[in-house]
Every structure is written in structure tokens, then in C-alpha cells.
Design a protein around this ligand. Structure first.
Ligand code: 5GP
Ligand code: MG
Length: 180
């Protein structure tokens, strides 16, 4: 499928499932190198809803032991970042003394991940690192330091592979970008 339509908008294929698999593989190799010799507990915290597809592919490529938890944040309305971040559901377990890897689908303004990193750091974890599938460095001007970035993209709106437009399009196996 090269073209998909949602509401009155048209999206074209940007990253195929094959390309996504390569990106996730490279990310996993990087993460494996950094955590293979860690002795303490590690928790991957996926940020819902967008990261659920990415995290399910990523965890199966990691070669160390860890727990998986989720937090739910909300900032987007349609195709615009609102800048207003709500922690709708916080991590339901203690993260004190554990290594935390936050997993995001995409970093746009960086406000969501920044708010969540601060929230996690207040709970005394041993370390906090961040991983995102996609990043829009031109929007956040690299103010936010992400440890593991799958792919940097230009400031355009994308859907698929977990990413939605008003709740729809998450099931698409590729990533599609808005045709303007
Ligand atoms: P930020 O706070 O960095 O501006 O936005 C982060 C959140 O907004 C992401 O977790 C994601 O859910 C959503 N978001 C940002 N850019 C896009 C995009 O291009 N497409 C979709 N579907 N969601 C996005
Ligand atoms: Mg998200």
C-alpha cells in the first residue's frame, strides 16, 4: 500500500516494514552493547499509546533480561502538538534503584519526553536513558538529549507502526507521511 487516506488527508509510504525492521535492529544492537554487562534490574518503560508496536518489535531483539512497563501520556490533538502534557497513567511499579530505558515512538517538540524524564528522575532510579524510533531534530533543536534514536526525520506528520491520526492508522505496518 503506497497511499492511505484518513479523514480528509492523504498519506504516502515513507518507511516500509523492511526499513523499519533494519532501524529497530540497529537500535537493538546499540542498546545491547550498553546493557549486556549491567547487573542491576532494568525496566523498559514504553510511552503509550504510540510506542506499543515499536516496543513489541524492539524487545524481541534485545539480548539481556528486563521488565516491561508502560506509562500513558497525552499531548497531541490531531496533527498539532499542544504543549500541554498529561500523565494519564504513571508507571505502576517502583523504579527506585533500577535502570530505566524510556521508549518513545517519536520526539517532536520534546516536551512530552522531557516532562516524563523529569517525572522518572524524581523517583530515584539508578539511571535513565531514552530511546525513540523517530525524532524531528529541527523542531526540538537538539535541546533534548535522546540516547538512542532510530531515525531523524524532517518536521512532517507521520502515521503507522503505532502512530495515529486521531486514534486511527496505528495498525499500518509501514510509516506514512502526510502529503501536503
Ligand atoms: P512532543 O511532546 O515531542 O511534541 O510530541 C510527542 C508525542 O506527540 C509523541 O509521543 C507522539 O505521540 C506525538 N507525535 C509527535 N509527532 C508526531 C507525528 O508526526 N505523528 C503522530 N502520529 N504523532 C506524533
Ligand atoms: Mg507518543
Amino acid at each position: 500500500m503506497e497511499i492511505v487516506n484518513y479523514f480528509d488527508k492523504t498519506f504516502e509510504l515513507f518507511l516500509s516494514s523492511y526499513q523499519l525492521d533494519e532501524i529497530v535492529k540497529t537500535l537493538a544492537e546499540d542498546i545491547n552493547k550498553q546493557y549486556e554487562n549491567v547487573q542491576e534490574d532494568i525496566i523498559l518503560v514504553g510511552i503509550l499509546n504510540g510506542s506499543f508496536v515499536f516496543i513489541s518489535d524492539l524487545v524481541r531483539k534485545l539480548s539481556f533480561e528486563f521488565e516491561v512497563e508502560f506509562a500513558k501520556l497525552k499531548s497531541y490533538d490531531g496533527t498539532e502538538s499542544t504543549g500541554d502534557i498529561d500523565i494519564v497513567l504513571d508507571v505502576p511499579v517502583s523504579i527506585e534503584g533500577k535502570h530505566i530505558i524510556i521508549i518513545e515512538d517519536i520526539v517532536d517538540t520534546g516536551l512530552t519526553i522531557e516532562e516524563f524524564i523529569n517525572n522518572v528522575k524524581r523517583k530515584n532510579p539508578l539511571s535513565v536513558k531514552t530511546c525513540t524510533l523517530l525524532s524531528k531534530p529541527e523542531v526540538h533543536n537538539d535541546i533534548i538529549d535522546i540516547d538512542f534514536v532510530g531515525l531523524e526525520i524532517s518536521p512532517e506528520f507521520v502515521i503507522g507502526y503505532g502512530l495515529d491520526i486521531n486514534g486511527l492508522g496505528r495498525q499500518l505496518s509501514g510509516v506514512y507521511r502526510l502529503v501536503t
